[in-house]
Design a protein around this ligand. Structure first.
Ligand SMILES: [Zn+2]
Length: 102
């Protein structure tokens, strides 16, 4: 006979954000949910500051959340500047060509 074991994860409210988190997690020594503990992790990214000859690299310390938003922005900016057009090679149109009038 098979015995179906349902592992039911006991949940509790995260004291930080109120979202459900497994009680097991607290037993492991974490006091907040996964989301909160990653938010708490700080990331440092080098940021170029200044203009012309007067530039220096600064280290911007941000939370994981901010860092993800920053990365998202970076990726977006990059893809706008150098769009991956390879897959569009066979495109038969219609095209939308955006031009800024001067
Ligand atoms: Zn939380």
């Amino acid at each position: 006979m098979y015995q179906t074991k349902t592992m039911k994860l006991e949940m509790m409210e995260c004291p930080q954000c109120g979202n459900p988190m497994p009680v097991k997690r607290r037993e492991l020594g974490y006091h907040v949910c996964v989301k909160c503990s990653t938010v708490l992790a700080k990331r440092g990214i080098p940021v170029m500051r200044g203009t012309g000859d007067h530039t220096w690299v600064d280290l911007e310390v941000m939370t994981q959340e901010q860092f993800e938003r920053f990365e998202e922005m970076e990726n977006k900016t990059k893809s706008e500047i150098t769009p991956l057009r390879e897959e569009d090679n066979n495109l038969q149109g219609p095209f939308t060509i955006k031009e800024t009038e001067k």
